[in-house]
Design a protein around this ligand. Structure first.
Ligand SMILES: Nc1ncnc2c1ncn2[C@@H]1O[C@H](COP(=O)(O)OP(=O)(O)OP(=O)(O)O)[C@@H](O)[C@H]1O
Length: 302
């Protein structure tokens, strides 16, 4: 179990994180979300022991995670951290990078393990390619494979798919998160992407104004978005009579009290997102077909 107890941290004068407490059970998948600059990366770095805390404690089971004042080498053995900038060895191959920290005592087992990891990050065709010849997304996949090579107990991922295109992202995400669950590796992910969270996270922690604004299951927070920040993470939403209503929860009906005038239709693939004027306020709702500008519609909550 990871236990974060009342931690506070500042780089300079301004506090970045204050009184942050939460715990993560072994094998759980937790996402850290929040606006840009809310301290997600800083929190991951603190969990890794990159900086000394101003206050509080972090424990993994019985081991306290301590900063550079107490350790010559940053990062405990049982933990791996994949930062936004990946620190790879450019002049050797993908396989050599992935196997860099694996034992050479049993070369066959080592090769098998490298092949398994190449499968997880879907990089088999690039096994013999030098890392300097890879794209940003491919390098990110090498960094992920290298981080899980020695099977850590806990892995910290900072925007793990930020460089990876949409073609690969979906399958890679499923493959990596499935692998981590199967191996019972605790996973903490800082992300902006709801698709990293909704299908995979046991809990999500929302950082705002230096504090934990919410810590619950994605389903609970989706169903009960306490405020606009949380709702906006999940998608387009409206505030109607003080209540948060997602765009997909508003439907057109024959008659209702919500009379709106269509302003714009945005094509979204299997639906259109309609922007409309409701008594001088902009509302968004999803609709199966395009609607003409100026059309009057009546809306209701589905
Ligand atoms: N090395 C540093 N020295 C001083 N201030 C820093 C440093 N790194 C980050 N900060 C500041 O700390 C705050 C939190 O930054 P952090 O990178 O943790 O946010 P984030 O939520 O990960 O942002 P993003 O989503 O944009 O990656 C920001 O105000 C940032 O400017």
């Amino acid at each position: 179990m990871l236990q974060v107890k009342n931690i506070c941290f500042r780089y300079k004068k301004q506090a970045v994180l204050e009184n942050i407490s939460f715990h993560v059970k072994a094998g759980d998948h937790v996402s850290i979300i929040g606006e840009s600059g809310s301290g997600k990366s800083t929190l991951l770095k603190l969990l890794y022991g990159t900086y000394d805390l101003d206050e509080g404690h972090i424990f993994w089971n019985d081991s306290e995670i301590l900063g550079p004042k107490h350790n010559l080498i940053i990062g405990p053995e049982f933990m791996k951290y994949v930062a936004q900038e990946f620190d790879l060895m450019p002049f050797i191959t993908v396989s050599e990078n992935i196997g860099a920290f694996l034992s050479n005592f049993f070369p066959e087992e080592k090769q098998e393990r490298i092949n398994e990891l190449l499968d997880v990050v879907e990089l088999n065709p690039f096994a013999k390619t030098k890392v300097k010849e890879l794209s940003g997304g491919q390098k990110q996949r090498v960094a992920l494979a290298r981080a899980i090579a020695k099977q850590p107990e806990i892995i910290l991922l900072d925007e793990p798919f930020s460089h990876i295109d949409n073609f690969k992202k979906q399958s890679l995400r499923r493959s990596l998160f499935k692998y981590l669950k199967e191996k019972n590796i605790t996973c903490i992910v800082a992300t902006h992407d709801k698709d990293d969270v909704l299908s995979f996270s046991d809990h999500m922690i929302v950082l705002h104004n230096t504090e934990v604004l919410a810590n619950n299951t994605p389903k609970h927070l989706y169903d009960n978005p306490k405020n606009k920040l949380i709702a906006s993470f999940f998608g387009e939403f409206n505030e109607i009579n003080g209540e948060i209503v997602y765009a997909n929860q508003l439907k057109t009906v024959d008659k209702s009290e919500l009379k709106a005038i269509v302003k714009q239709s945005y094509y979204k693939g299997y639906f259109y997102l309609i922007e409309a004027d409701l008594n001088g306020e902009i509302v968004f709702f999803e609709h199966g077909t395009q609607l003409k500008k100026g059309k009057t519609v009546f809306l209701n909550q589905a």
